[in-house]
Design a protein. Structure first.
Length: 368
């Protein structure tokens, strides 16, 4: 068995339920270290509101440099109503944006999977949602969230003007499209690219550059183009028509949240943010659950840790080249659900409700 040496995993629990769900992921990493001859070095750091309360900064340079040196970063959640009145640069979410930008994490992978045990949790009819397994690839470091100029400024007549700039380049578009095409090769060879080329010049460029890359390097992939608002409707009407969806930062933010809610089980859905490979083949990466910090249930040991645990599974797969261990972890989650064990958020009739920590322990018990 391969002995993995000196691989660092940085845990950033963050705010709200973040520390509780990350604690369960840590237990699983420690299990792999003990039982699978792996030797991950686990480090932790403050981020978001937790960091602001101690350092008046949502992320310190020390924690940022730890992230730079890590094989993978696993984040819990950041933010909460108590931080809403902070100046923009101090808000917990700015830590996320800094990590994504400075680590050059340009591709966000958001799977939307309907677990067979939870079909009834979806608001859609079972025949529409059953068996759903799609992947949304969102561009993460460009577009309107990062474009310049931006800001709020006074103008004439005692009014103010808010400005954000939506901009993309060929290289920004093609590198995220390449991630989507490569994923499609391992799935169903099908990609849907979403834009607003009917009203935005950046959307025209997006469509042209995705098509050009497909024609040059991915001729065997089936590529279709769809306007983003139509995609939002189609996700509700017939979500299983999609396999891999690739889109820009703004539309990806919206469409991936919509797709996640189709499943009815937000607490089970992970995400990965990936950068480019360096000369040694290493990629910088960050993994986090789709759900938020849920401060209303923080500290009650009732949050669902599965999304964070499956985010760890994505880290094993995409950053650590441990596909077998990732599959074992995913199967353990399925087995626990088969045993009718549920946290409060996915509880239903005739199931057994268990706590956050009990769910983590139950998943560990299914590992072999």
């Amino acid at each position: 068995m391969i002995k993995v040496k000196n691989r660092k995993i940085l845990l950033l629990p963050g705010d709200g339920i973040g520390p509780e769900v990350v604690r369960e992921a840590r237990k699983i990493i420690e299990w792999f270290n003990k039982n699978k001859s792996l030797d991950f070095k686990i480090e932790e750091g403050l981020v978001g509101g937790a960091s602001y309360e101690k350092h008046k900064n949502p992320i310190t340079d020390e924690v940022f440099y730890k992230a730079l040196e890590s094989e993978a970063v696993i984040l819990g959640a950041v933010g909460g109503p108590k931080y809403d009145n902070l100046e923009f640069s101090k808000r917990p979410e700015r830590a996320l944006l800094k990590l994504r930008k400075e680590l050059k994490l340009f591709a966000n992978l958001r799977p939307a999977i309907c677990f067979k045990q939870l079909v009834d949790a979806s608001s859609l009819k079972p025949e529409i949602i059953s068996g759903l397994d799609i992947m949304i690839v969102r561009e993460l470091t460009g577009g309107i969230y990062f474009g310049e100029p931006r800001g709020i400024e006074p103008i004439e007549n005692n009014e103010r003007k808010g400005v954000n700039t939506h901009t993309y380049t060929t290289s920004e578009i093609q590198r995220v499209a390449r991630v989507a095409f490569d994923l499609a090769k391992k799935r169903k060879n099908k990609v849907t690219s979403c834009d607003k080329s009917n009203v935005m010049e950046a959307g025209v460029l997006w469509r042209e550059e995705v098509q050009a890359l497909k024609d040059k390097e991915y001729q065997k992939i089936e590529l279709s183009h769809m306007l983003a608002d139509n995609c939002a409707m189609q996700l509700l009407r017939d979500p299983k028509q999609f396999d891999v969806i690739v889109t820009d930062n703004l539309f990806g933010d919206i469409l991936s949240d919509e797709a996640a809610m189709l499943t009815g089980s937000l607490g089970l859905l992970p995400s990965a943010s990936l950068g480019a490979k360096d000369k040694n083949g290493k990629i910088r990466s960050m993994y986090e659950p789709v759900h938020g910090s849920a401060p209303d249930i923080a500290g009650k040991n009732i949050a669902n840790p599965i999304a964070t645990i499956l985010s760890l599974s994505m880290a094993l797969k995409y950053s650590l080249d441990l596909d077998k261990e990732a599959e074992q972890l995913e199967q353990a989650v399925q087995n626990v659900l088969d045993d009718d064990l549920r946290t409060k958020d996915i509880m239903s009739k005739n199931m057994k409700e268990i706590s956050t920590s009990d769910m983590g322990d139950a998943i560990i018990a299914k590992l072999k």
